[in-house]
Ligand binder design. Structure first.
Ligand code: PCA
Length: 216
């Protein structure tokens, strides 16, 4: 049998930060996790080129799953995203200076796509390892949501077997030294959480049926 393959992507630093915890964590992830080959792809925090690079990598490697990772400064745990919406809308320019307002990502796409990764099982697996994790129902309307939406759009149209989704990770401790009161997570914990997530994707063809939503 062919060895299963996952394409993992992580963003370059943006918004004035010198590092992106997603990228630092991806670099430290194992090349093989529980028999699954891990292909790593750094992507720019740029609307246009991030998705184009990802599309090319999917065609080239034909992975079974795509896990994209980004920084969500201010969050205290690792947060798998449940849904991506068809909207770019953020005052923060991307790394190419592009500012987008009220712009659909694909004119012929659905309003939203749900992740096809077992996100509740991923949260469970991380918590079992005492890594702070929670389900998120918003990936924002910046480049992370753009990439998550775009990959799910492509999967929907061209790669029906491909499972895909997104995980946001907190700041590293070094990033919050000048941000009193802002939560952070050690790099080793982020790496362990992402590796547990990869393993869970391949042990769970379907998600678990537990409570994961919230009142707001
Ligand atoms: N986080 C940003 C984009 C790149 C990243 O790591 C976001 O949440 O949209």
């Amino acid at each position: 049998m062919k060895k299963p393959k996952i394409l993992v992507t992580a963003f370059e630093p943006f918004g004035g930060e010198c590092v992106n915890p997603a990228l630092e964590a991806m670099k430290q992830m194992k090349e093989e996790i529980a028999g699954v080959s891990v292909i790593k792809l750094p992507i720019p925090t740029v609307y246009e080129s991030s998705l184009a690079l990802l599309y090319r990598a999917i065609c080239e490697h034909q992975p079974d799953a795509v896990l994209s990772i980004g920084q969500a400064g201010g969050r205290s745990g690792i947060t798998p995203e449940r849904v991506a919406i068809n909207l770019d809308d953020c005052s923060l320019p991307d790394n190419a200076g592009d500012v987008r307002i009220d712009r659909p990502i694909f004119a012929d796409g659905d309003a939203a796509y749900f992740t096809t990764l077992p996100v509740k099982a991923m949260v469970q697996a991380m918590r079992e390892k005492e890594i702070p994790a929670a389900l998120s129902t918003t990936a924002g309307t910046y480049v992370c949501n753009h990439v998550m939406y775009g990959v799910l759009y492509y999967a929907n149209r061209e790669f029906p077997e491909l499972r895909a989704g997104f995980v946001h990770v907190p700041y590293l401790p070094s990033q919050v030294q000048d941000k009193p009161g802002t939560p952070s997570l050690e790099l080793s914990q982020i790496v362990a959480g992402l590796e547990a997530s990869v393993e869970t994707i391949f042990t769970h063809a379907q998600d678990v049926h537990t409570i994961g939503g919230s009142t707001h």
